[in-house]
Design a protein around this ligand. Structure first.
Ligand code: SAH
Ligand code: SF4
Length: 350
């Protein structure tokens, strides 16, 4: 919903100022997506508005549901014909989370990532980003899904920090009391490790959660599989995180997708621990999420469950050994594999 356009249309047709507030609240607080379902406005105004402005900036072309009913993936056709994907999933019983896209495609070309392999088309506008929230909030309500819609994660298509102006204004609208009024702590932004983006988050949104897709704990492998590391290496990432911790003193999540034989051995566990320990504040504030790899492209295989468990215990053992140095780790459940609906698996070509 383009709220500025809505406001000027209402002014043009001579509606009183409070009308804008009523309609804005129906969208952002009650998640109504059809003017005719807004109980506080007349039928004729609803019809008039429906002709002049569209509540969403895209059309949902397809919605796929996983067999267990715990994840949904929507294919959204944007006004210029481009397609993005966005996901609603339940990572914990009774909890739902929407995984938002920030770009059409991604220019960073990580070799294991379906989005990255598809190339970059364009940035999303802040409206196209916040509309994904409207869309899922409405879907959640209409479908009467059980539980609470509790969080948003920027882990869909694209690198949020390479589209900072639009992502920033979307974040502002999402936490603004006058609009979505969501808690900063219920929102997470994930980056492949863009230092300036991490610093911007520390300054501008210190209460919004930050996740970093570390994936490989040494420059050699990271540069090989994540070309972004050739521009911003681990040392630059370390500096940005040191700055982040000094400003926010908040936890950061390292996303660590487990690849069989590549980054799941003792050598990488040691490197990961060393890297975390080398960052001032890191041992206390970094939490590692071990993620199952959902087969995409590039001939990678997921680590088996036993190795993943071992890797987690190894990190935890260090936590206990170092006592005050907490290198916490958890394994993240894999969801919606058959609909390729895990975050990071979005290709836009189904
Ligand atoms: N560009 C940002 C935001 C996208 S998040 C970033 O990279 O952080 C996408 C997440 O899904 C990243 O953590 C990425 O490592 C992960 N991912 C990508 N492809 C995946 C796959 N096939 N299986 C599991 N996780 C994957
Ligand atoms: Fe882009 Fe993130 Fe995928 Fe890498 S993992 S290609 S940065 S979306």
């Amino acid at each position: 919903m383009d709220f500025i356009k809505l406001q000027s249309i209402l002014k043009e047709i001579g509606e009183p100022a409070f009308r804008y507030r009523q309609i804005k609240d129906a969208f952002t607080k009650q998640f109504v997506l059809d003017f005719k379902n807004i109980s506080t406005i007349s039928k004729s105004l609803a019809e008039d508005l429906a002709e002049k402005i569209s509540p969403l900036s895209f059309k949902a072309e397809k919605i796929l549901e996983s067999k267990d009913g715990l994840s949904f993936k929507a294919l959204l056709r944007l006004s210029d014909g481009a397609v993005i994907e966005t996901v609603l999933l339940s990572p914990l019983p009774g909890r739902w989370s929407a995984c938002l896209s920030s770009q059409v495609g991604c220019s960073l070309a990580c070799r294991f990532c379906a989005t990255g392999q598809g190339g970059f088309r364009r940035n999303l506008t802040s409206e196209e980003i916040t509309d994904q929230v409207l869309f899922w909030k409405n879907f959640f309500k209409e479908k009467k899904l059980a539980g609470k819609f509790s969080s948003l994660v920027f882990m869909g298509m694209g690198e949020p920090f390479l589209n900072w102006p639009e992502v920033k204004s979307a974040l502002k609208i999402l936490i603004d009391k006058e609009f979505f009024n969501l808690g900063s702590r219920s929102i997470s932004v994930s980056t492949s490790g863009i230092p300036d983006g991490i610093k911007n988050m520390a300054r501008e949104f210190p209460q919004i959660n930050l996740a970093v897709s570390l994936i490989f704990p040494n420059d050699r492998q990271r540069s090989q599989y994540m070309p972004v590391n050739r521009r911003f290496n681990l040392n630059q990432l370390k500096k940005a995180l040191t700055y982040y911790f000094s400003k926010t003193n908040r936890k950061v999540f390292f996303e660590y997708v487990m690849f069989k034989g590549l980054n799941d051995q003792a050598a990488q566990a040691d490197e990961l621990i060393e890297f975390i320990k080398s960052i001032e504040g890191g041992a206390k504030l970094i939490h590692v999420n071990l993620i199952r790899y959902n087969a995409a492209s590039g001939g990678f295989s997921p680590s088996d469950a036993k190795t993943t468990e071992w890797f987690k215990d190894y990190l935890k053992w260090f936590k206990d050994y170092l006592n005050k140095n907490k290198v916490g780790a958890t394994i993240r459940k894999s969801l919606g594999e058959e609909i390729k609906g895990a975050c990071g698996q979005l290709a836009g070509n189904q």
